[in-house]
Structure formats: structure tokens, C-alpha cells
Write a protein that binds this ligand. Structure first.
Ligand SMILES: *[C@@H]1O[C@H](CO)[C@@H](O)[C@H](O)[C@H]1NC(C)=O
Ligand SMILES: *[C@@H]1O[C@H](CO)[C@@H](O)[C@H](O)[C@H]1NC(C)=O
Ligand SMILES: *[C@@H]1O[C@H](CO)[C@@H](O)[C@H](O)[C@H]1NC(C)=O
Ligand SMILES: *[C@@H]1O[C@H](CO)[C@@H](O)[C@H](O)[C@H]1NC(C)=O
Ligand SMILES: *[C@@H]1O[C@H](CO)[C@@H](O)[C@H](O)[C@H]1NC(C)=O
Length: 363
């Protein structure tokens, strides 16, 4: 009974909350907008509206901040939620949210499970190319409802913020990927980056100029991989780590290349791999207690994807998510997202290159 009425009541609460957030927390109308693309690190609820198993619209997700599940894979806010706050913007609504019609502060297109490749979790996610097609529709609405100069300014001053790639490199180890099997690791990474580049160029063609990227973290070491792929051993998957290292190296080169190729293109690249590893290895330095095990889940390192009793599974929940790096088997806690967001926002140029997000918003 309680479980069957929860989704609709939480939807209502979220609906009302979103209304309040629009009307009581309006950013300054001249603030640069924030358009968000990518995967579960950034999905603020798009997957609530599609037929997929990649959902987080049940308790205890949302427990620390919203007090109800919004669809975010976190106990609270995600990295883009903090960035929006620092940029004096309201929370950016998911594209598929029924209240999302205005777009003046931006839109969130991210979808949990999504990759740059159409084959990654195909049929269960909004892949990056489809996210671009939604952005094309938003561009049309922006241009159709504003003076041309105003529309152009909104699109060119906006920041386009990406978290993509993790799923492209995890999926070949958890599902059957003929694409991965028929390519060398180098070729496969080039496909991922080629598809990401196509999407960047699509946004640029519509007038986007300021791009920000969260590099792929060390997903070979997340609790899910330890529990499921490494049978509970406290190790990292070398195969995944190798792919991610290759990806991060080449993505940064691709950005340097795009800077020369695309008119007015400016970017920010945040090396999440290094920064999250530092937190994981030395959690107490960052005010955390646990950098390896998840707060919510079951099995070794609470790495089984069972947080919230997904598919009727038993699960454990820690008493204080603020002490953990990981909330569930593959996602950050709100506290960790805040640490990363602060660093992405105003970190120094040796780790956020060549601009941090604060500078990118103001350039
Ligand atoms: C949702 O997806 C599942 C599995 O792919 C399928 O069995 C089901 O029919 C789908 N439901 C709807 C409403 O499309
Ligand atoms: C992959 O395919 C093989 C053979 O078609 C099948 O036995 C196996 O269960 C599949 N694995 C996954 C993870 O889907
Ligand atoms: C994008 O990925 C597809 C596979 O989904 C691949 O066939 C295509 O060549 C890639 N595009 C680029 C530009 O790399
Ligand atoms: C990892 O790579 C090694 C060597 O390339 C291979 O033998 C092994 O099967 C791979 N492991 C997985 C889980 O794919
Ligand atoms: C970075 O930004 C955060 C959030 O606004 C703030 O709390 C912190 O003090 C800033 N740090 C520096 C070094 O400016």
C-alpha cells in the first residue's frame, strides 16, 4: 500500500517543489544559462519519464536534501545543482519535466545510463545524440519566442556542461557489446570521442560557445565493479581503468583541437579521475570517513545495485551519508558532489583547464 502510492505522491511533491523553485528562486535574468548533458551523475529526473530500469525515483534517494526521491542518483543534490546555485541560477529542470517550457535558465537533458554511443544501454536511456536532438528543439523554441539578438545572446552566453563516457566503458563488461568486441580499445575510445565531438559541433552550430566537461572518473574502482566484476576483492578493474585513462587523454586533445577549429569555442575540463581518486585514498582530508564502500546497497562494499530495494532486494543504509564518497554502488553522495562542484567552480588552473566554471560563466 505504502509503496504503491508513494510514486504518485512524491511526483506531486516534486511538481509543487519545482513550481516553488521556479517562482521563488528566479535567477537574475541576465545570468548565463546552464544546459546539462550526459549520464546519471547529472540526471535530475529525465529517466522518471521513460521506460527504463535506470531509475532512482524511490526512497531513500533524495533523503538528505529534497526529503523525497526526485530521480537523482544521490541522497541529495548533484554537481550541476551546486553549479547552478553558485551561478545564481535556480535548479535546472529536466527536459522531460512537464513544467519545463521557459528555458531561460537552461535545461537538463542528462539521462542515467546514457553514453555517447547509441549502443550503450540502447532502448533504456536517452543517448547523447537524442539529447542533442532535444536541444535542437529547445533552440527552435528559444529562437521562436525571442528577438533574434536576445536568442543569440542566450545561446552564446550559456554554459554547456557534460558528464559522459562512464557508461560506454562499463556497459561492455556488464552487457554483451558486439561493438566493443569488434574494435580495439583505441578504436572504441575513438568512437566514443567521435560521437561526443559530433554533439559538441551540433551545439556550436546552434550558437553554443562555452563548454564544460567533467572527465570520466576512475569507474574501474567503484563499489559496483568491486562487488560484481571482481567478486568482492578490494581491487580495481584494470581493463576499465585503462579505457578510462585512454578516454580522458584523448578527450582533452579533442578539446584542444576543437578550440582551433570552431569559432569562439571556449572550454573547461575537470580531471575527475585524479580528484576523485585523491578523495577515495584520503577521505579524512576532505571531511569524509569512507572512500570505498557505498552508503546504500548490499554485498561487498555495498556494491550490489540494490539501494532502495530495487527489484525487491534487501539493502543496508548507512546512518550518515555525509561521511561517504559513494551513496549507492556507482554514484556520489551529495557531500562528495559538493566537494567536486566547488572544485569545478573555483579550482585552480592546474586541475581545471584552462578555465574553471566560474571563469567560463563570466568570459
Ligand atoms: C517497458 O519495458 C519493458 C522491458 O523492456 C517492457 O516489457 C514493457 O512492455 C515496457 N512498458 C511500456 C509501457 O512500454
Ligand atoms: C551474452 O551472450 C551470451 C551468448 O549469447 C549469453 O550466454 C550471455 O548470458 C550474455 N550475457 C549478458 C550479460 O547478457
Ligand atoms: C559514432 O558511433 C557509432 C556507433 O554507435 C559509429 O558507427 C560512428 O562511426 C561514430 N561516429 C564517429 C564520428 O566516430
Ligand atoms: C581484461 O583484460 C584481460 C587481458 O586483456 C583479459 O584476459 C580479461 O578477460 C579481461 N577481463 C574482463 C573482465 O573483461
Ligand atoms: C569556492 O567556492 C565555494 C562555493 O562558492 C566557496 O565556498 C569557497 O570558499 C570557494 N573557494 C575559493 C578558494 O574561492
Amino acid at each position: 500500500m505504502a509503496t504503491s502510492c508513494f510514486p504518485s505522491s512524491s511526483f506531486l511533491v516534486y511538481f509543487i517543489f519545482s513550481l516553488l523553485s521556479i517562482h521563488s528562486c528566479k535567477g537574475h535574468p541576465n545570468n548565463a544559462a546552464l544546459f546539462i548533458f550526459g549520464d546519471s551523475l547529472f540526471d535530475a529526473g529525465n529517466n522518471n519519464y521513460i521506460n527504463t530500469s535506470f531509475k532512482a525515483n524511490f526512497v531513500p534517494y533524495g533523503q538528505s536534501f529534497f526529503k523525497f526521491p526526485t530521480g537523482r542518483f544521490s541522497d541529495g543534490r548533484l554537481i550541476p545543482d551546486f553549479i547552478a546555485k553558485y551561478a545564481n541560477l535556480p535548479l535546472i529542470l529536466p527536459y522531460l519535466h512537464p513544467m519545463n517550457k521557459d528555458y531561460v535558465h537552461g535545461v537538463n537533458f542528462a539521462s542515467a545510463g546514457a553514453g555517447a554511443l547509441a549502443e550503450t544501454h540502447e532502448g533504456l536511456v536517452i543517448d547523447l545524440k537524442t539529447q542533442l536532438s532535444y536541444f535542437n528543439k529547445v533552440t527552435k523554441v528559444v529562437e521562436g519566442t525571442r528577438h533574434p539578438a536576445e536568442a543569440k545572446a542566450l545561446l552564446s552566453k550559456a554554459v554547456y556542461f557534460f558528464s559522459i563516457g562512464s557508461n560506454d566503458y562499463i556497459a561492455p563488461f556488464t552487457t554483451n557489446s558486439t561493438l566493443f568486441q569488434s574494435h580495439s580499445p583505441q578504436q572504441y575510445v575513438q568512437l566514443v570521442i567521435g560521437n561526443l565531438t559530433t554533439v559538441i559541433k551540433g551545439i556550436h552550430k546552434n550558437g553554443g560557445r562555452k563548454f564544460a566537461f567533467l572527465g570520466v572518473g576512475d569507474i574501474g574502482c567503484v563499489p559496483l565493479v568491486k562487488a560484481v566484476l571482481l567478486q568482492g576483492k578490494d581491487e580495481c578493474s584494470e581493463n576499465i581503468t585503462q579505457l578510462v585513462t585512454l578516454h580522458n587523454k584523448h578527450v582533452y586533445k579533442a578539446l584542444q583541437h576543437l578550440e582551433k577549429e570552431l569559432e569562439g569555442f571556449v572550454y573547461s575540463y575537470a580531471d575527475l579521475y585524479t580528484s576523485a581518486n585523491q578523495i577515495s585514498k584520503n577521505p579524512s582530508k576532505y571531511g569524509l570517513k569512507e572512500g570505498k564502500a557505498a552508503c546504500c546497497g548490499s554485498g561487498p562494499f555495498r556494491g550490489y545495485f540494490s539501494c532502495g530495494g530495487r527489484d525487491g532486494q534487501e539493502y543496508e543504509l548507512c546512518s550518515n551519508p555525509n561521511e561517504y564518497l559513494f551513496y549507492d554502488s556507482a554514484h556520489l553522495t551529495q557531500k562528495a558532489s559538493q566537494l567536486v562542484a566547488e572544485w569545478v567552480w573555483n579550482g585552480s588552473s592546474d586541475s581545471i583547464k584552462p578555465y574553471n566554471l566560474k571563469a567560463l560563466f563570466n568570459v
